[in-house]
Design a protein around this ligand. Sequence first.
Ligand SMILES: [Zn+2]
Length: 272
Amino acid sequence: MTTPHHWAPVSRCDVASLTVTVLGSCGAWPEPGRACSGLVVEADGAAVLLDLGWGTLPRLLTHLDSAVAAGLEAVVITHDHPDHTGDLAGLLRARWYAGRDLPPLPLFCPSAVFERLAAVEKGGGLAMAHVFDWRGTPDTAEVGAFHLSLRQLPHYVDNVGVRVTSGAGTIAYTGDTGPDDAVAELGRDADVFIVDATDRHQQDGVPSAEAGTPAYNLTAAEAGQLAERARARRLLLTHFWPGNHRERSRQDAAAHFSGDVLLADEGLSVTV
Ligand SMILES: [Zn+2]
């Protein structure tokens, strides 16, 4: 996880903007009125989805103004935990029953995500093959107007962070991660670095990680430190433990990060 890594330069063509919109901002399970992890990155009329946790699918369809999520170029699922995958079976059904004329959607994710989806939809192999074009987790991929870079990050299960680059800039997203040099490399010079800020310690009685296991999520302070090392331009904190005081997380991150610290909020859009 600590091997130095240099991102290949990506040529920047004439694309006006790159926007990320938050579908859900909660880690673990959703708060009332909110949803779990999910982000839409858009450029030049095309979109890439990053995670689709509980409660995010209706928000995705509303945002894209399409009952079948038309306009999506690809889906990236960072890891096999339901706060990041919970609504993926719903997207499968929407595309299978109502969007059969759409081409298979490139799906980048660890194999465990694809296998769990198959287990949820028993006998759904035909639908899965029709709806999704599973690509695994390659180091890089080109989808539409986007260049994707995926990188392994430490978590309880196989987990990838992702950089999405268009002609307008780069948005990087950790998924869930423990502290690691690879996090700073993932966010290197990103215009917006979206980072796990679970902050379990904020509330009394929240179970900590199992004894003897390393930290597999970040505090907001760690997110700020890693974003500063990455020289990211803006830090967008997300994956808040339900009930957390998010403004406190912002202050903790801002003590370590010299750029703007933003808080994920359902419906928030940030444009590069
Ligand atoms: Zn999570």
